[in-house]
Design a protein around this ligand. Structure first.
Ligand code: ATP
Ligand code: MG
Length: 180
């Protein structure tokens, strides 16, 4: 599974439609302070179903919609799409290409789509389940979190490593089975 592209429109500082195509290998995003690097990562977390406005550095979810500048008025809609090459079917889906889209209007109306079909947040979560991706996974580590990992107690750090390694869900299943 490979990340192919990210389309951002009306999300935070990205007022105009911006398309980022990911080439094979590693991608680095560089730019001056405040140019929108973190906003790109937040767009990725958002389209994967992030529900916490606070974790997107806002107080309410509509804070992610382009709020205007002194030259340009605010927008009413935010839309982010992320496309994966799934020709290896790493994501358990028949599709060779998977495109997820999330939209949010100032009115509060919000939608998700998977390959153009209206979907629920749950469907998005299920899509990424067991892939090591997903909104709360450690595949995305923010600036503040690095410090958190270093300062974590050893048991906590072990939990983080287990989650990254994909062992965590088996442990949870085991614990559940032992209780039953
Ligand atoms: P640094 O190098 O300091 O980490 P960065 O490149 O990560 O910077 P971001 O934090 O992604 O920068 O971008 C911050 C910019 O995004 C600020 O200028 C802020 O005003 C702008 N911004 C955030 N939310 C919105 C919004 N809803 N509408 C318009 N602009 C926004
Ligand atoms: Mg930043």
């Amino acid at each position: 599974m490979k990340l192919k592209s990210l389309e951002i429109s009306g999300f935070k500082s990205f007022a105009d439609k911006t398309i980022i195509e990911f080439m094979p290998g590693m991608t680095g995003i560089v730019g001056p302070n405040g140019s929108g690097k973190s906003n790109i990562i937040e767009a990725i977390r958002w389209v994967m179903g992030e529900q916490s406005a606070k974790d997107l550095r806002g107080t309410k979810m509509s804070d992610i919609i382009f709020g205007g500048t002194n030259k340009r008025s605010a927008l009413n809609r935010s839309e982010v799409s992320m496309t994966f090459d799934n020709s290896d079917h790493y994501i358990k889906s028949e599709f060779n290409e998977i495109r997820i889209t999330r939209k949010l209007y100032r009115s509060g109306e919000s939608t998700y789509q998977i390959n153009g079909v209206d979907s629920r947040l749950r469907d998005i979560h299920e899509l990424f389940m067991d892939t090591g991706l997903g909104r709360e996974s450690f595949s995305i580590i923010s600036q503040g979190r690095v410090e958190g990992i270093f300062n974590a107690k050893s048991e906590e750090r072990r939990g983080i490593i287990e989650e990254v390694a994909g062992v965590y869900k088996y442990k949870q299943n085991k614990e559940r089975a032992q209780k039953e």
